[in-house]
Design a protein around this ligand. Sequence first.
Ligand code: ZN
Length: 199
Amino acid sequence: MQHYPKSIRNLIRQLSRLPGIGEKTAERLAMHVLKAPADQAQALAESILQVKRSVQHCQQCFGLSDGPVCQICQDPGRDRDLVCVVEQPADMMSVEKAGCFKGLYHILGGVLSPMDGIGPDRLRLEQLWRRVDSGQVKEVILATSTSVEGEATASFIAQRLAGRPVKVSRIASGIPMGGDIKYVDQMTLKRAIWGRHAC
Ligand SMILES: [Zn+2]
């Protein structure tokens, strides 16, 4: 890399700091940027700066937003009775991509993990209780991951919401599409049987 001019070396170094980008790929991307028209390179640089400048957490769901309240929370077509609780903004994007959920979200910002010192006060739980207590929410869908921490977090929320006038449900889990029963682990198979539904 030493034979490149300093400015190109710097670009390669910055690009290789991105996740999943090794030095070879960074070199290829840097060459691409170099060959691209000036306006395209400028648009790339500006979009990076813009993201850092304007993206913030939505005040209601804590998803990513260009303003104080995100597009989903502002959308009058969304079902405001339903709140899907997820760990991170990326999880919310996945549910959105599935295209089958038309309610609102609540992003916890992680999961309970006593080993890592993450207790309830480190998640956006107080904000969730407040949303539920506002009386607008009729059902909370717990869509945390099926890891030990994700399950513990879902149980914790379900226990804390018990007694409040809100329905609490957990997303079903089981055999993935195209999955072969004989290769599925015992826990997944157990859950699939517990969570069975009528045909
Ligand atoms: Zn929002």
